[in-house]
Design a binder for this molecule. Sequence first.
Ligand code: F6P
Length: 553
Amino acid sequence: MENETILGEAWLRLAGFATRPDAGAIRPLFAADPERARRFTATLDDLTVDVSKTSIDGEALVALLDLAHAAGVDGFRRRLFAGAAVNSTEGRAAMHMALRGPADARLLATLPGGIDDASRLAAAERETMRDFVAGVHDGTLRGATGEPFDAVLNIGIGGSDLGPRMATEALTLAQGGKMRARFLSNVDGTGFAALARELDPARTLVLVASKTFTTLETMENARAARAWVAGALGEVAVATHFAALSTNLKAVAAFGIAPERVFGFRDWVGGRYSLWSPVGLSIALAAGWEVFQAMLDGAWAMDRHFRETDFAENLPVLLALVDVWHINVMGYRSHCALAYDDRLRRFPAYLQQLEMESNGKSVTLDGLKVERATCPVIFGEPGTDAQHSFMQLVHQGTQVVPVDFLLAATPDHDRPAAHFVLAANAFAQAEALLRGKTEAEVRAEMAASGASPGTIEAVAPHRVFSGDRPSVTILFRRLDGFTLGRLIALYEHKVAVLGAIWGINSFDQWGVELGKVLAGGILPELAGRAKPGAHDGSTAALIARFKALRGGK
Ligand code: F6P
């Protein structure tokens, strides 16, 4: 009870900031404090997180840190690393950190059936993966016709696709890969048809990535790939061309994948945290084992930072508090991720699952309706492309959209001039959002360029920028495996801290279930194997129209 009072007071104190006359103002904070940039920047080695372009001042930061303490983030962090069942609705721990730590890290997962030495299990699985990767790369493991594999096709969706796909692109676009990696997620048959045209079954290794091995889309795509391989090379080829990455060993066996080609993991690895597990095999195959290991090492460095660092210097905690400020104090409802790096073009898609599937919740751990907003809508594109599409709204729209800018100081290509253009744009966007442009400035500028008074009158209001639009800049030396690992773990832990502050379960995803069940009912209706079910009027009419448009087929 006492804790709840303290927490209530911490929220109340924060709410007070929103009613101040200068709420949301950022520029005056820089004017008042020449040291602001330094004081509101935190680092982990070269990884630099600048939160100074937000309306959080010293007093607000103290209030936010108090909130984190009052919400029990410290206790949550301890329980998380102790392997407690933080995923309470499924009775599971969230021990993905064990997948990137050493075998003797002693991260234990407390499970209903006992205790797993998660670190040891993960390290053993990692050895098996490493041997497999080495075998594929050195040609010991070959396809059914004796040809070496030159392409890996990962079939999976959600966490079994977004993380591996994003990381593989990030780590191979500049340096090239050890082998081609392709990803099939959507059950839209067009995707598979395109891949089947591009890939040679005799040289393709197919990974069926599915934690549950029941996901409709993945199973449908896996069956298509199986038929494609078997059709070209004979049924016997399935044994050499397929591997499964899953926790459901029974279902894998039923699909016909040999036990020695199954890379298992435990249910203390959530789907959206599974790229560190065998689900990351495509990353290791495409980018190379050393790069994959560097990614694990980077994430483990962030794990230790998160676990051991005081909140005021703790990067995931600071990022979470900035989000709380924007969402719960300032009332902003969306969040934009802009990586100024083409290699991170799938990063926003990856973040959408990480953040929205984790924290898109409206019920507390106690089953009560949440009293305040939780996860915002996340979107993003690589910079500078984004500047030529939706950034208009971010600069001048009616809603304020906080932005995360991500940028490497050093590129991995040999066109420094291009990188300067890229970086100049990243810095300029953040500066423009902050600085804005007053009507007086616009009028003076237009007059100086010879615009007529009539044109100035008509156009000036359209050229005004409010400024004081917040952003966070995450700057690092270069985007290598180690840094990608640190970045992903940074966001993972930020999301977990937010969940702890909001009092919600960040590790389940019941919101995806209803649609799956309804699709299962509609499917036989579409295929003509069942009579029309009980639907709302719109759905019933659309299904009927769909069938009519297909000429009854
Ligand atoms: O979309 C819901 C979801 O359960 C995600 O959480 C998960 O990442 C995805 O489906 C895929 O699940 P699986 O790996 O079991 O096929």
